[in-house]
Design a protein around this ligand. Structure first.
Ligand SMILES: Cc1ncc(COP(=O)(O)O)c(C=O)c1O
Length: 437
């Protein structure tokens, strides 16, 4: 607010958007290289998504989703069933990423209550995790910088704090398991053994911890963690709010876990949001396996097993129609398959980054390229403001988190646009390194 008020960092009025670009009121085009906080997948204002929204808005705008249903919700549920794993056969609608997470954590706790295991109340989480800003999501997260003032409100979780080399550099999907993985896993196993009988779920962002700094882990390590959690009678919950819908190069991060040969790796609950509507409207979905659904069935009709959780705009028809259209576009335009075209451009960028001495931990996965940049002690201005301004001046939206800068453009971004974004990023980072007052 202070930066805006003093004119140091004015907000940019945006008039319209198309594909990978935003256009401001002066007519300047800005490449949305972080997909407007990772939401935009199919490109801004995709005509098929816009048309679906317009058509649905003129037919049925909204109806409460208790005692009523409608075609867009049914179509979306069916469509999602074909996208995600068949074991994740049931779904619960909410409003955004945070509420998809809140629903998941409450479903997990009530699941254990409904099956008579009330002692299972704790969640194993990852250090640096971010699951949203509502109180439950803050409790599962370990993003001190965002949630410091609310410490007292957060419920206790069991954060797992792996050493730094756990978060890998390079082309993460190509790397071997991290060195010392067995030692790391024995520490992880100990966490479950020490708290035996009390753990409700392992709750994590699979493969990439987004807001915690685009920290990337090897699929081998994730798979090993899931296997340990599975052997300790707890649920496994994946927050795929950011990783879902193509971000890691496959439809979902869990698709890197060899699910055909290893169906036991399929999580019990999965949270989706952001890209689900292509980036147009807010929607949260929590998917569950059948055994979870069954534990809430009220055969006696006495409500004791009911999940008393719902939002006014649950399964809003316009939003469901937008999501159906966005999923159709993803499929028709093979946008997830086409993310393989990001790879050679990112690999080239990784090579060029090696010449910048202030840059370290360069890493990539699917549509995400990230790196950490040393603080320039001679500058009083934060890295984030410095880069944001330099980048928007050159027509690209970049917004670092702390000293971490990344690219995560819409899946539809063309090769030339991606190369341009990479070059501007390189330029901004070198300007930061060589700047002083
Ligand atoms: C992994 C993850 N989970 C949950 C959320 C919260 O989503 P929302 O901002 O839509 O509430 C985010 C937001 O960035 C996220 O990255």
């Amino acid at each position: 607010m202070a930066h805006v008020d003093t004119g140091l960092f004015p907000t940019i009025p945006i008039r319209s958007a198309q594909g990978s670009y935003l256009t401001d009121t002066s007519g300047r085009r800005i490449l949305d290289a972080i997909s407007s906080w990772w939401t935009c997948t199919v490109g801004h204002c995709h005509p098929k998504v816009v048309q679906a929204i317009q058509r649905q808005a003129g037919t049925l705008d909204h109806v409460m989703f208790a005692g009523f249903t409608h075609a867009p919700a049914k179509a979306l549920a069916e469509e999602l069933a074909s996208w995600v794993h068949p074991q994740l056969s049931q779904l619960f609608f909410s409003d955004d990423g945070s509420t998809a997470v809140e629903a998941a954590l409450k479903i997990a706790l009530q699941y254990w209550h409904n099956v008579g295991k009330d002692s299972k109340r704790l969640f194993v989480t990852l250090n640096h995790a971010y699951h949203g800003d509502t109180v439950g999501a803050m409790s599962l997260g370990n993003s001190g910088g965002f949630h410091g003032p609310f410490q007292g409100l957060r419920f206790k979780s069991l954060p797992f704090t792996p050493p730094d080399h756990f978060w890998q550099s390079g082309d993460v999907l190509n790397l071997e398991p991290p060195t010392g993985m067995e030692d790391l896993l024995s520490f992880f196993r100990q966490l479950f053994e020490t708290n035996a009988g009390q753990i409700a779920a392992l709750f994590l962002e699979p493969l990439v911890l987004g807001a915690g700094g685009m920290k990337m882990m090897s699929p081998a390590l994730l798979q090993a963690m899931v296997r340990i959690a599975r052997s300790h009678d707890c649920l496994i919950i994946f927050d795929e709010v950011m990783t879902g819908f193509g971000r890691t190069g496959k439809a979902f991060a869990m698709d890197h876990l060899n699910l055909v040969q290893r169906p036991e790796n399929v999580p019990d609950l999965v949270c989706l949001s952001k890209g689900i509507t292509g980036g147009t409207l807010p929607l949260g979905v929590t998917l569950t396996q059948q055994k979870i659904y069954d534990a809430f069935l009220d055969t006696g009709l006495d409500s004791r097993k009911t999940f008393f959780h719902g939002h006014s705009y649950t399964a809003n028809p316009i939003i469901c129609a937008a999501a159906c259209a966005a999923l159709q576009v993803l499929r028709e335009e093979s946008l997830i398959e086409r993310t393989s075209e990001f790879r050679p451009i990112y690999l080239e960028t990784l090579r060029e980054l090696q010449s910048l001495s202030d840059v370290h931990n360069t890493r990539m996965m699917g549509t995400i390229l990230a790196m950490d940049v040393n603080k320039n002690q001679a500058l009083s201005e934060s890295f984030s403001y410095f880069i944001f301004k330099k980048a928007t001046d050159q027509g690209i939206l970049l917004r670092p988190i702390g000293q971490m800068i990344y690219l995560m453009p819409p899946l539809c971004t063309s090769g030339p646009d991606l190369s341009r974004a990479s070059n501007i990023l390189l330029d901004c980072v070198s300007q930061y390194g060589s700047s002083s007052h």
